[in-house]
Ligand binder design. Structure first.
Ligand SMILES: [Zn+2]
Length: 220
């Protein structure tokens, strides 16, 4: 974001300092207010791989995020998560064509305790789950997307149940959670999904997750 030609009386180092401090402050305020988890949006991650396939841009974002995450204790980081998706504005994506294999190994370098990964809208979910399994660390929790805000069809609880069961073949249930693939209206001008549809999808997620938990025998 900082212009290549610089800004007079405001060097890049100070910009980075300010950026990190504000980011840290925002997360701390949420934690202090009692947030169960604080999710950091990182939709730029997958887009960064598309813009720069060398991975340099992605890694620079990850280094920057890690500078901020390093300011938190391990206990605090257990309450911090990172969201990744291929974009979701106005029912469109910006980087769905980027293979998660190009992204997830680097993304998992982030010093966060939780990862919220859009999965319902993926063409090949098992391929993604396989990558997650390969790179999963014991101290991480993975929340897989089980409903797709971009898909106008409202998922049934049974759809969700089956997606959770599928994911449980790859991720130990103590480390598995569910989420929506993304927000339902990321910007105020995005009315592509109605409030009723959003709540129906969330209801399907909650009910389907409970059905799967019962089948697996997991505590909720
Ligand atoms: Zn998203």
């Amino acid at each position: 974001m900082y212009p290549a030609q610089g800004v007079r009386d405001y060097p890049r180092e100070r910009f980075i300092d300010d950026l990190l401090r504000e980011h840290e402050t925002e997360i701390r305020r949420c934690l202090k207010k009692g947030a169960h988890k604080v999710q950091v949006d990182f939709t730029e991650a997958r887009l960064a791989v598309k813009v720069d396939s060398s991975g340099h841009l992605l890694n620079s974002f990850i280094d920057l995020n890690n500078l901020a995450l390093s300011r938190f204790s391990p206990e605090e980081r257990r309450r911090i998560g990172v969201h990744t998706c291929p974009g979701n504005d106005l029912d469109s994506t910006h980087s769905a064509d980027v293979d998660y294999a190009e992204l997830l190994p680097s993304l998992f370098q982030l010093k966060a305790g939780n990862f919220y990964i859009a999965l319902a809208g993926e063409r090949d979910r098992r391929h993604v789950l396989e990558i997650i399994r390969r790179h999963l660390r014991a101290d991480r929790r993975i929340f897989v997307g089980v409903v797709a805000p971009i898909d106008p069809r409202i998922e049934t609880a049974e759809d969700v149940r089956d997606r959770v069961l599928e994911a449980s073949e790859y991720i130990p249930i103590e480390q598995l959670g569910t989420t929506d693939d993304c927000g339902f209206s990321p910007f105020f001008d995005d009315t592509s999904t109605s409030r009723d549809t959003a709540f129906a999808k969330i209801q399907a997620r909650v009910r389907g997750t409970a059905m799967a938990a019962e089948l697996i025998g997991a505590r909720q």
